[in-house]
Design a binder for this molecule. Structure first.
Ligand code: NI
Length: 227
């Protein structure tokens, strides 16, 4: 399941993130890649232990926790600290799969990456190329979203960032360990929750069908969730 989340960042947060990133120091992206990924990774990243990454990442985490679509799509148990990358002309990240298990800098807690998120911080007209292409059971899907919008997709997917031909593509990316490990179960819960929200909007909070479906939803979460 590939889900786009419009306006994950409000205009003020987006502007603040972009201003800070414009003044930040970038390092070689291979510093945080595994040995296989390092051979296809050609970009720049913020030092994940630096003040910029930690503080801007904190703003993004706060926005995630306010976004009902993000929470419904990912059902997060743990979220790794957001990281940041930049691609200029000729930079790209060839096809790869992300590491299955990671930990935050300085924290030995191991976190399984179930869901990957990219938050676009540059607008599509600021760079040429740079599409994020994700292999799905229904073929490859290319994603290039307005600044402040995000895409959420299973971390099990092969994916790549096409070479940037001009301009600069800046994004934040991070991984989530979901309470629901199984992608199929997570997708069903998302679809069910979205239907319940639609019913509540259409027929009001007390709609008996929404109440029944939310009973099913919560009992499926109870059955499937790891906490
Ligand atoms: Ni990746």
């Amino acid at each position: 399941m590939l889900i786009t989340i419009p306006d994950l960042l409000d205009p003020r947060t987006l502007a603040e993130c972009r201003n800070r990133l414009a003044a930040a120091t970038w390092i070689d992206g291979r510093a945080t890649a595994g040995p296989i990924s390092a051979t296809v990774k050609n970009n720049r990243q913020l030092d994940p232990t630096g003040r910029d990454a930690i503080e801007i990442g904190g703003e993004i985490l706060a926005a995630l926790h306010r976004d009902p679509t993000f929470l419904s799509a990912t059902l997060p148990l743990r979220i790794l600290p957001p990281m940041f990358n930049a691609y200029g002309p000729g930079e790209s990240f060839g096809i790869h799969v992300d590491n299955a298990v990671r930990n935050a800098p300085g924290d030995p807690t191991r976190i399984r990456a179930d869901v990957s998120t990219t938050v676009f911080l540059s607008d599509p007209d600021e760079y040429e190329g740079g599409e994020l292409t994700i292999e799905t059971p229904f073929g490859a899907q290319s994603v290039k979203l307005p600044a402040g919008h995000a895409v959420v997709y299973p971390s099990t997917s092969l994916h790549e960032v096409a070479p940037v031909r001009s301009g600069e593509r800046i994004a934040s990316f991070f991984w989530i360990q979901s309470m629901i490990r199984d992608e199929g179960e997570r997708t069903l819960l998302f679809d069910l929750d979205q239907t319940i929200q639609d019913l509540r909007l259409r027929d009001g909070e007390g709609d008996p069908h929404a109440v029944r479906l939310s009973f099913v939803y919560h009992n499926l979460v109870r059955r499937w969730a790891e906490t």
